[in-house]
Design a protein around this ligand. Structure first.
Ligand SMILES: O=C(O)CCC(=O)C(=O)O
Ligand SMILES: [Fe+2]
Length: 355
C-alpha cells in the first residue's frame, strides 16, 4: 500500500527519540557525524539513517514481499524454514514463541540469504518461491548490495572508533564466506487492540543475533526497552529514514562498548492498527566460522572495557553459526519443552553465560 494513504503515527503516544545520522556525511568521514554515530552506537545502539539512497530498492522489496505473501499458504509452506535453526525461507505466523509462556507470534517472514542473492542464478543455500526468484536479479540483489555497502561503511567507522586495526571488523564479514546475513520482509496482519488490554506481540522481545540491522518501516509498532526505563517505548517511523541497530555480535566483539538493545514489535498504535504492517530488514551477520568474543588482543580500548567489567563474560566459545542456530531453533514453537526453551533462545541481554 502506498505510504501516503496510511494514517499518521498518533501525536499522543510516547516515543523514544533516536539520533538522526546522515549517511552522506558518514561516507565522507565527517568527524562530527562520526562522533554522533558513536554516541548512538554506545548508548542505545539504535539510530535513524537518512540520505541512504536505497528508497527505490526498498519499494521493490515491499512489492516482492506483497507478491510472496499473497501466494497460497500451501505454496509458501513448501519453502518453510524448518525447526533446525535455519532462518532462510518462509516463516508462517505462529511458528515462533514471543515469550517464556509460549505465546505465538503473529508475523510472517520471507527471508532471503545474501549468499543466494549474490550467487543467483546458482542456488547457494536453498530454493525460494517463484515470486522471490522472479525479483532476485532486479530487486533483491540490488537491495542487498546497497545494504551491504552501507552496513560495511558503518562497521568500518565503528572499527576505527574502537581502536581496532583497519579492516578488522570487515574481515569478520567476508562477502565470500557463508553467513546468516539475509534480507527479511515482514507482514503483520491488522490487529486492533482494545483499550486496557496488553498488546498482542507481533515479535517478542529480543536482541538481534548478528552485527548490524538496516530496517525500513512504514507504520509504528517497533518498541525499545531503554536501559533504566520501566516501560517499552515506540520508535516512530520517519519517511525516508531507515532505522539501524546493532546486534549481539558487535556487543561481544567490542567487550560491551557497543550496545545490542532489546526491542520488540507490537501492533501499530491508534488508527494505524487497522492496517497491515510491513517492514523490511537487511541483517549483516558475521561469517559462519567467526567465533563471537571480545577482540581484546586487537584493541586496548576493548581490553580495558573487558577488564573493567569482570562480572561479564564476553567469551561465548560459539561461532556465529552456532549462536545464530541456537537462537532461531529455540524460538520455534515446535521445539518448545517449557520456559527453558525461551531462555535458550536469548542473546547477550539474558543468557546467563554471556554479558
Ligand atoms: O519490524 C520491525 O520493525 C522490527 C523487526 C525486528 O526487530 C526483527 O526482525 O529482528
Ligand atoms: Fe530485531
Amino acid at each position: 500500500m502506498p505510504a501516503a494513504t496510511l494514517p499518521p503515527f498518533p501525536d499522543d503516544v510516547p516515543t523514544h527519540p533516536l539520533l538522526v545520522i546522515d549517511y552522506e556525511l558518514i561516507k565522507s568521514r565527517d568527524q562530527h557525524e562520526i562522533d554522533r554515530l558513536w554516541e548512538a552506537a554506545t548508548n542505545l545502539g539504535f539510530w535513524y539513517l537518512k540520505n541512504h539512497g536505497v528508497t527505490e530498492e526498498v519499494d521493490g522489496m515491499f512489492d516482492m514481499g506483497a507478491e510472496t505473501m499473497a501466494l497460497p499458504l500451501e505454496e509458501k509452506m513448501k519453502f518453510e524454514q524448518g525447526d533446525d535453526g535455519i532462518s532462510f525461507g518462509y516463516k508462517a505466523a505462529g511458528a515462533n514463541a514471543v515469550d517464556a509462556t509460549g505465546r505465538l507470534d503473529t508475523v510472517e517472514f520471507t527471508n532471503v540469504a545474501k549468499d543466494d542473492a549474490l550467487a543467483w542464478p546458482r542456488v547457494a543455500r536453498r530454493a525460494y518461491p517463484s515470486t522471490v526468484n522472479a525479483r532476485m536479479e532486479s530487486t533483491i540483489a540490488p537491495f542487498i548490495r546497497k545494504s551491504l555497502e552501507i552496513n560495511n561503511t558503518l562497521l568500518d567507522v565503528l572499527n576505527n572508533k574502537l581502536g581496532l586495526p583497519p579492516g578488522t571488523l570487515l574481515a569478520k564479514h567476508p562477502i565470500e564466506e557463508f553467513s546468516g546475513s539475509e534480507a527479511r520482509v515482514i507482514r503483520n496482519p491488522p490487529t486492533p487492540t482494545s483499550k486496557g488490554q496488553p498488546p498482542k506481540l507481533a515479535i517478542g522481545s529480543h536482541t538481534d543475533f548478528g552485527s548490524l540491522s538496516f530496517l525500513h518501516n512504514r507504520l509504528g509498532g517497533l518498541q525499545v526497552l531503554v536501559p533504566g526505563a520501566e516501560t517499552w517505548q515506540y520508535v516512530k517511523p520517519i519517511p525516508g529514514h531507515a532505522i539501524c541497530n546493532l546486534g549481539d555480535a558487535m556487543a561481544l566483539f567490542s567487550g560491551g562498548i557497543l550496545r545490542s538493545n532489546l526491542h520488540r514489535v507490537v501492533p501499530p498504535p491508534g488508527a494505524q492498527s487497522a492496517h497491515e504492517r510491513w517492514s523490511l530488514v537487511y541483517f549483516t551477520r558475521p561469517g559462519n566460522s567467526v567465533v563471537l568474543r571480545a577482540l581484546v588482543e586487537d584493541s586496548p580500548l576493548i581490553a580495558q572495557a573487558v577488564a573493567k567489567t569482570p562480572e561479564k563474560n564476553f567469551e561465548t566459545s560459539a561461532t556465529s553459526l552456532e549462536w545464530f542456530t541456537r537462537r532461531i531453533k529455540n524460538q520455534r514453537i515446535k521445539n518448545r519443552t517449557g520456559p527453558e526453551t525461551w531462555m535458550a533462545s536469548r542473546g547477550t541481554e539474558a543468557n546467563p553465560a554471556v554479558v
